[in-house]
Ligand binder design. Structure first.
Ligand SMILES: Cc1ncc(C[n+]2csc(CCOP(=O)(O)OP(=O)(O)O)c2C)c(N)n1
Ligand code: SF4
Ligand SMILES: [Mg+2]
Length: 289
């Protein structure tokens, strides 16, 4: 049974837990956390109506710092758990969080299928192009030539583009933010929440401890808002802008509203009356007699 979610005035502090963030000073994830508080305040939801689900990684600690329900799952498995919660409890709002490793390495298969199913959740990826928690290994979004402990002579792999992946797998809301612009991230999260379907928000969230390439300074120079005349209904235009390396755009690249969400389709199936067993036997009897 679904119940309506209360819309009341809440302060940012009501979404904060008693746990103080354990991230390194200057970590990009602080900006994302503040954006999440502000997005929930803008929505006016009570903390008990929200579930924050995450994988494993520095970024995946985010639910600890929220007063909402939280589920710190296992590495790369944020999508299966979020799917279960969304389908079992359609009255709850589900937000998913994790890092680039969690989403696009070990969790890549789950990401693909959550996107094509159009699960109605908002997934915020804190993309620092490195494995932060395990102290600095190359990730799927690390640049070519990137030198780390696992690639001391430089990475020989091309980076994956999260937005192009999301667009081609069928995500119906695809956006990019930058931790240096937390107000924009909050707006993107509100947009993702308001969207009925799978909303992917990839956020450049620098790791100053282990990634000395993709720094705040690097993104401040590289990032620009999408042009004002960008048409978010145009998939090809979205792909073209997502593929731009100079500048790196932020904003909503793509949105389509005409695809039923996974959970909506499941609820519709549940609402259908069960088949009449006698009529079924009779039709089988008639068919084979
Ligand atoms: C099954 C499994 N494999 C590997 C690990 C080790 N591990 C923990 S976090 C992580 C990568 C974290 O990188 P990312 O998802 O980008 O998050 P960040 O720490 O950068 O925020 C890895 C490989 C694990 N916990 N579980
Ligand atoms: S290691 Fe990097 S990602 Fe992890 S908390 Fe420190 S700065 Fe943030
Ligand atoms: Mg990472």
């Amino acid at each position: 049974m679904s119940r309506s979610v209360a819309v009341l005035e809440h302060t940012v502090d009501e979404y904060r837990s008693e746990e103080k963030p354990t991230w390194c000073p200057g970590c990009g994830d602080f900006g994302v956390l503040n954006a999440v508080y502000n997005a929930l305040k803008a929505k006016g939801w009570a903390p008990e109506d929200v579930v924050c689900v995450s994988g494993i990684g520095c970024s995946s600690r985010l639910p600890y710092f929220m007063s909402t329900y939280g589920f710190h799952t296992i590495h790369g498995r944020v999508m299966p758990v979020a799917t279960g919660i969304r389908v079992a409890r359609p009255d709850l709002k589900v937000l998913a969080f994790g890092g680039d490793g969690d989403a696009f390495a070990i969790g890549a298969g789950h990401f693909v299928h959550a996107a094509r199913r159009n699960l109605d959740i908002t997934y915020v990826i804190m993309d620092n192009s490195i494995y932060g928690l395990t102290k600095g290994q190359t990730s799927p979004t690390s640049p070519f030539g990137f030198s780390t402990k696992t690639t001391p002579k430089g990475s020989v792999e091309q980076p994956l583009n999260p937005l192009l992946l999301a667009l081609t797998c069928g995500a119906t809301f695809v956006a990019r933010g930058f931790s240096g612009k937390p107000k924009e991230i909050a707006d993107l999260i509100v947009g993702g929440i308001d969207h009925r379907g799978f909303a992917v928000i990839d956020v450049y969230s620098p790791c100053p401890t282990f990634n000395k390439v993709n720094t705040f300074q690097f993104y401040r120079e590289a990032v620009r808002s999408l042009p004002g005349d960008h048409d978010r209904r145009d998939l090809i235009a979205a792909m073209r802008q997502a593929n731009s390396a100079d500048p790196l755009y932020t904003g909503v690249f793509f949105q389509r509203e005409d695809v039923p969400s996974f959970d909506e389709s499941i609820q519709a199936l549940r609402a259908e009356p069960p088949a009449d067993p006698l009529a079924l036997v009779e039709s089988l009897f008639n068919r084979f007699s």
